[in-house]
Design a protein around this ligand. Structure first.
Ligand SMILES: Nc1ncnc2c1ncn2[C@@H]1O[C@H](COP(=O)(O)OP(=O)(O)O)[C@@H](O)[C@H]1O
Ligand SMILES: [Mg+2]
Length: 231
């Protein structure tokens, strides 16, 4: 089966820093791939590169088998690749409905996306009037409203309380079961290990481990590089 998103030999330089060093990974439809690693590991740089905001020094990015390495963010989003931002990037002067509408290629998708996310009652509120959990859902809705094939999530659980995080986990599993491919970057290790089918571990720009959550949990290199430094 062709991966919906396939990355090979991807390197990115930020000035003198090698932020990504020959990274390879893939995401299939109906799969949640976790991406973890310490601060500065290159997780956001990878999402920025996959979504077309950063140009790589080497490597290829394929979407449904097509080379999109040098295409614009807009082209990628039209082709089915969506992302969220760590900073949410909502339009503060637009209500929830319009925040989704401006991201939609088809206005008829907005209502269904609001329903899916439980946001219909908030449709005519401004982001500032929402709980943190609901603001996160609006950001996710902006990614989902274009009917993507794959969504890249940059720390969607940051700042969520345990109830909101559990709701996010349920939503991610539902979307995965519906056939969506998801790349989940998050610091919440228990969320990542719970919902992901596979996990990739980045450290200083390199993939140092990849495998099933049970394998990753016990991998000595991961414990040393990531969990060890957190303690
Ligand atoms: N715009 C940038 N300019 C220069 N260096 C950057 C920039 N963005 C990230 N970096 C550097 O690249 C490395 C990876 O950062 P980042 O992708 O933000 O990591 P993560 O999201 O895993 O915390 C870090 O060393 C960071 O300081
Ligand atoms: Mg980051």
């Amino acid at each position: 089966m062709t991966a919906v998103l396939e990355v090979d030999d991807l390197s990115v330089r930020h000035g003198g820093v090698l932020a990504l060093d020959r990274v390879a990974l893939s995401v299939h439809g109906g799969e949640i791939v976790g991406l973890i690693g310490p601060n500065g590991a290159g997780k956001t740089t990878l999402i920025d590169t996959l979504s077309g905001f950063v140009a790589p020094a080497t490597g290829t990015v394929r979407l449904q088998g097509d080379d999109i390495t040098r295409t614009s963010p807009h082209h990628r989003s039209r082709r089915g690749l969506a992302r969220t931002f760590q900073s949410l990037e909502l339009f503060d002067d637009l209500d929830v409905y319009d925040n989704l509408l401006v991201a939609a290629s088809d206005a008829s998708r907005v209502g269904a996306t609001l329903d899916l996310l439980g946001l219909a009652p908030e449709a005519h509120r401004l982001p500032a009037e929402l709980s943190n959990g609901h603001r996160h859902r609006v950001a996710f809705g902006r990614a989902l409203v274009g009917s993507p094939q794959v969504v890249l999530l940059d720390e969607p659980a940051a700042g969520l309380d345990p109830t909101e995080t559990a709701e996010l986990a349920t939503l991610l599993a539902h979307l995965r079961d519906d056939g969506l491919g998801l790349l989940l970057v998050d610091h919440d290790m228990s969320l990542v290990l719970e919902v992901c089918d596979r996990v990739e571990v980045l450290d200083v720009g390199r993939v140092i481990a990849s495998g099933a959550p049970e394998t990753i949990r016990a991998d000595p290199a991961v414990l040393d590089a990531y969990l060890g430094r957190q303690r």
